[in-house]
Design a binder for this molecule. Structure first.
Ligand code: HEM
Ligand SMILES: *[C@@H]1O[C@H](CO)[C@@H](O)[C@H](O)[C@H]1NC(C)=O
Ligand SMILES: *[C@@H]1O[C@H](CO)[C@@H](O)[C@H](O)[C@H]1NC(C)=O
Ligand SMILES: *[C@@H]1O[C@H](CO)[C@@H](O)[C@H](O)[C@H]1NC(C)=O
Ligand SMILES: *[C@@H]1O[C@H](CO)[C@@H](O)[C@H](O)[C@H]1NC(C)=O
Ligand SMILES: *[C@@H]1O[C@H](CO)[C@@H](O)[C@H](O)[C@H]1NC(C)=O
Ligand SMILES: *[C@@H]1O[C@H](CO)[C@@H](O)[C@H](O)[C@H]1NC(C)=O
Length: 533
């Protein structure tokens, strides 16, 4: 369960030094990842959860082939995280969740379609601020929570590997018990942890004969089960305790194909579960709801296992009040306007009360809600129902908010929150775009040329483009500076500078960063017409 207290403070705590960039509160990484966590369905939903809604969905195919595939995207996501994690060497400080798995799909220990299926879906979400490794981790958080488990606190900040992990060692069905336990131990998980983590992982999904003929007989492949899936338990797409119950009670799927395989060598789950005389499995059996808490603890440890040079950020909490797409822009009528939306997150009932924004120059507006509502996979604190979102649009001419350095959002039942803005210099969204066909990015920035303590000549623009790289479906980020030159502007007190630069075809949003004397003053993600967010 998420806690709703002190959202602003803990979110702002994520940035090490305050960044005046607009558009993404509190910073682009947290704003984007919070969007995935919170905006599950309905208005402005993140497309991320669509892949696992419903939980037995297989996103890689559509219609009947998807249904008959008996593949499960939510389960694949968790398996991908396990395999990326499993080569971690805690003592050496290497491996863990770094998306290196993308380079390692040819290894026998990483057989199966899960890896490239998942990376294909995640690829358009990757950009300068959102590495594949953070998506890999959030995939497990979303699968578990959306499919019946509890919420695993989610910390961003992972870094994508640029090469395969030289270490191998993901346990396979044929791996001996000793070897398997040694592999888990190296990654920081003792015997009891290894048993429970595997039971948690195998709470959803299947073993497929197509891919694992040494585990499941080929007779499992039928016209309506085209990969010969044998489910771990009777509730393939529900993250519940059934796996433990069916194993201990010897009912249903009896723990799945890695327990019951026709091929004794491939009964790796049976060897592991029995290795302490079934003690851990019996404890999980008796712990009731405690099973879910154990899974939260172990899966959190798994996704937070990162190379020793990586510093994870504090866990993201849902923003009760979230400014979205807040930016200055210039309209077709050459008017300078500050526009954006406020997303309000309600624990239970939508209040339908107006929301007010008050600027530091005391200009205030009462905002009216848009019609569409959104629903979150999450419940806030001890609410009975899932949290809901409502959006409030504002669009205010600069004359009304001249000199304002912040705005305060207030609404009945919410603690008012203050958000900083600046208008010394900004990227002009309507004049900045990625032209994928031409392979260029064109940027126009606007800057005040009448402020004594602000020098537009100190401005610089950098872009970062996610592009394909060989051997993995995880994009790499290519950075470039954009040279800008002054061009005509419709204003007397604001100048325009424009420039463009060549880019490789982007796989996701191209980010533009405006710096003043090296300090970030604005950030804009250009969607480059790529699906995803
Ligand atoms: C001894 C350790 C383990 C072994 C030998 C093992 C082996 C396997 C095998 C052979 C499959 C079938 C894959 C397929 O047919 O597509 C599988 C599926 C799966 N594994 Fe494991 N696994 C182990 C531990 C774990 C752990 C610790 C997790 C996560 C925490 C995990 C998560 C999953 C999931 C979610 C699936 C279902 C994938 C799907 O339905 O596509 N496994 N595992
Ligand atoms: C049983 O599994 C082992 C390894 O998992 C494999 O080498 C062997 O060929 C399998 N036997 C059969 C009959 O498939
Ligand atoms: C799948 O097909 C088999 C025959 O190949 C049939 O007996 C079974 O009822 C079908 N199952 C489902 C769920 O449609
Ligand atoms: C462990 O539990 C399984 C499944 O209930 C059972 O088949 C097996 O005999 C048990 N093993 C031990 C050592 O108790
Ligand atoms: C924010 O802007 C993006 C890109 O233009 C758009 O896709 C998205 O719907 C906007 N969000 C809201 C809440 O309006
Ligand atoms: C996964 O994709 C990568 C990058 O396109 C490719 O090199 C690799 O062969 C693919 N792996 C599998 C198992 O298809
Ligand atoms: C959203 O994801 C679905 C798959 O879940 C995909 O078919 C669709 O094209 C995506 N839409 C956008 C706008 O990205």
């Amino acid at each position: 369960m998420l806690t709703s207290s002190y959202v602003a403070v803990s979110l702002l705590g994520v940035v090490s030094k305050p960044v005046a960039a607009m558009f993404y509160y509190p910073n682009p990484a947290v704003s984007n990842l919070e969007h995935i966590l919170v905006d599950s369905w309905g208005a402005y939903a993140s497309n991320f959860s669509s892949a696992i809604t419903p939980c037995d969905n297989y996103v890689t195919e559509v219609g009947l082939p998807a249904i008959n595939s008996h593949r499960t995207t939510s389960a694949q996501w968790m398996r991908v995280a396990f395999h990326d994690f499993a080569t971690a060497d805690l003592a050496a400080g290497t491996g863990g969740i770094d998306a290196s798995i993308g380079f390692e799909t040819a290894r026998a220990e990483n057989k199966g379609s899960a890896f490239n299926d998942s990376f294909t879906f995640w690829q358009p979400f990757v950009n300068e601020f959102v590495p594949m490794a953070d998506l890999l981790a959030i995939g497990t958080v979303m699968s578990v929570h959306l499919c019946g488990g509890k919420y695993i606190p989610y910390s961003p900040g992972r870094i994508d590997a640029t090469i395969a992990d030289p270490k191998t060692g993901v346990p396979e069905p044929s791996t001996s018990l000793e070897e398997t336990l040694a592999q888990f131990e190296q990654a920081g998980f003792n015997q009891a942890d290894a048993i429970a983590l595997t039971a948690c992982g195998h709470a959803i999904g299947s073993v497929h004969a197509g891919g694992f003929p040494e585990v499941v007989e080929q007779s499992a492949i039928t016209p309506n089960n085209t990969n010969g899936a044998v489910n771990f338990d009777e509730t393939r797409a529900v993250f519940d305790q059934a796996i433990v119950h069916e194993y201990v009670d010897w009912t249903g799927q009896k723990g799945g194909a890695l327990v019951t395989s026709y091929n004794e060598t491939s009964r790796s789950d049976l060897r592991l579960y029995e290795s302490d005389g079934n003690k851990t499995m019996l404890q999980l059996y008796e712990s009731g709801d405690g099973f879910q808490d154990t899974c939260v603890e172990l899966l959190q440890r798994m996704i937070n296992t990162v190379p020793s040079n990586v510093q994870l950020q504090p866990a993201i909490t849902p923003a009760l009040i979230k400014p979205i797409n807040v930016t200055w822009d210039v309209t077709a009528e050459q008017q300078l306007v500050l526009s954006g939306k406020i997303r309000m997150l309600y624990a239970d009932e939508i209040r339908n009360e107006p929301v007010s924004v008050t600027f530091s120059n005391s200009y205030t507006e009462s905002l009216v809600a848009e019609e569409g509502l959104g629903t979150s996979a999450f419940k806030l604190s001890d609410a009975q129902t899932n949290a809901a979102t409502q959006y409030f649009l504002f669009s205010i001419p600069s004359s009304s908010v001249a000199g304002a350095t912040s705005f305060t959002v207030a609404a009945e039942g919410f603690e008012a929150q203050v958000f900083e803005i600046q208008d010394a210099a900004f990227i002009v969204p309507s004049l900045s775009y990625a032209d994928v066909a031409k392979g260029t990015v064109s940027i126009t920035l606007a800057a005040r040329n009448d402020e004594p303590d602000f020098d537009p000549s100190q401005l610089s623009v950098e872009i970062a483009t996610p592009v394909l790289q060989p051997l993995t479906l995880a994009p790499k980020i290519v950075r470039a500076a954009v040279q800008v030159a002054e061009v005509d502007s419709p204003f007397h007190d604001i100048g325009y500078w424009s420039g463009s630069t060549a880019i490789e075809p982007p796989t996701g949003a191209v980010s533009v960063t405006l710096l003043s004397s090296g300090k970030v003053v604005d950030t804009l993600l250009l969607d480059a017409s790529v699906a995803g967010w």
